[in-house]
Design a protein around this ligand. Structure first.
Ligand SMILES: NC(=O)c1ccc[n+]([C@@H]2O[C@H](COP(=O)([O-])OP(=O)(O)OC[C@H]3O[C@@H](n4cnc5c(N)ncnc54)[C@H](OP(=O)(O)O)[C@@H]3O)[C@@H](O)[C@H]2O)c1
Length: 358
């Protein structure tokens, strides 16, 4: 596989690379890349044939969008690139921007119509373009009625300001309800879900993957390397001064659990068999999972990105996939137990009946 193995994102005509370039690292910040490093990352991705770039209004306080817009202009690639950005987090007062003191504008965040229009106009300005190819609701706000979200985003598709929309960090039932309302009311519907998904974060398999398949949405994993944990560069007895997960930061040390170290041990074994880096084996596993359309890779340097892109041509055999699936298997929840072979037999008179799309 290469970055030019294009595929449709969900039930849509938006054709994207199997690896999407995440630009959360673009711009200032402790684990960010300055302009020159960001340009190097962007150009390395484009040189490898990638066509899909993911940013957000909140990344580096808007600098990520500004840099992405600048690099697209420099490379005259606006028509080639699928440009995705996000709205939802509040830039006026938020722990994300280090201004959590309160007193911010409540209409500078969330999925209400008022904020979506404000956020989109600001993103278009920073990106220097007149349309977004894929507009993400970054996070469910828990307040705005799904009807309002679908109506607002559907109208923006019809107005041509965005070509498609999708949901990130949203409960599966909300995304499913949105898709159903859109289809019933003949409004353009969501085409993808963006979720944390990796060998150490498989909780979304139970609800999100099934909902995405049912509603014709592509699944796009973020943090496929668990913020760098699955590169294997952190040592169990010393996690300091290594990368983004070292020290105090929003991602914290939550990845350093006994269970995750066991997953990493198995990943190292598989990577050794394939003569590749653990990061490449982890990405190859994610890309091969059923339902995954395009995996969002992040990098702080062009060298990291080049190594991650090489994962596209790595293929795990069945035994390697099975071993990684087993060691990283998420705990059974209520929904996954309903889909078990035992229940299927109880329902179908002892037969193994295969459902559509399984
Ligand atoms: N929707 C959402 O809520 C959400 C949330 C998070 C991310 N995202 C999107 O997903 C993208 C990817 O997320 P992520 O950055 O968390 O992905 P990730 O691939 O899990 O982590 C990337 C980080 O791992 C380290 N790394 C990457 N490749 C490496 C390599 N080959 N060798 C050593 N270290 C390496 C780098 O950090 P260090 O060098 O500092 O260790 C890099 O910044 C983001 O850019 C963003 O577009 C979306």
């Amino acid at each position: 596989m290469s970055l030019t193995n294009f595929r449709a994102l969900g039930r849509s005509g938006l054709v994207v690379s199997p690896l999407c370039l995440g630009t959360m690292t673009f711009g200032p910040g402790d684990w960010g890349a300055d302009e020159a490093a960001s340009r190097g990352i962007f150009n390395a991705y484009r040189d490898a044939g990638g066509n899909f770039v993911d940013t957000a209004d909140i990344y580096s306080g808007g600098v990520s969008e500004e840099l992405v817009g600048k690099f697209i202009r420099e490379t005259k690639s606006r028509d080639d690139i699928v440009l995705a950005t996000k709205f939802g987090f509040n830039g006026s007062s938020s722990p994300l921007t280090g201004t959590a003191g309160g007193g911010g504008n409540p209409h500078a965040g969330g999925a209400g119509a008022k904020n979506i229009h404000r956020a989109l106009d600001a993103s278009l300005k920073r990106l220097g373009t007149d349309h977004i190819d894929l507009y993400w609701m970054h996070i469910w706000d828990g307040v705005t009625p799904v009807e309002e979200i679908v109506q607002t985003l559907g109208d923006l598709v019809r107005a041509g300001k965005i070509r498609h929309y999708a949901f990130s960090d949203t409960p599966a039932w909300v995304a499913m309800k949105a898709a159903t309302i859109a289809s019933e009311r003949r409004i353009p519907g969501p085409i993808a879900m963006q979720v944390e998904y990796s060998l150490v974060a498989r909780g979304v398999e139970a609800e999100h993957f099934s909902a995405a398949r049912e509603a014709g949405m592509g699944v796009m994993p973020w943090s496929p390397l668990a913020g760098g944990f699955l590169t294997g560069k952190y040592k169990r007895d010393d996690t300091a001064d290594t990368g983004r997960l070292s020290g105090a930061n929003p991602f914290g040390d939550s990845k350093f659990t006994d269970r995750n170290w066991l997953v990493l041990d198995a990943l190292r074994d598989v990577a050794a068999e394939l003569a590749c880096d653990p990061a490449q084996a982890a990405l190859a596993w994610t890309m091969a999972r059923p339902g995954v359309t395009s995996t969002i890779v992040g990098a702080r340097t062009a060298a990291q990105l080049a190594s991650n892109i090489a994962a596209a041509s790595i293929r795990l055999n069945d035994d390697q996939m099975n071993r990684l699936n087993e060691v990283s298997k998420p705990a059974d929840g209520f929904t996954s137990s309903l889909a078990s072979p035992v229940i299927r037999k109880m329902v179908y008179g002892g037969h193994d009946v295969t459902g559509w799309g399984e």
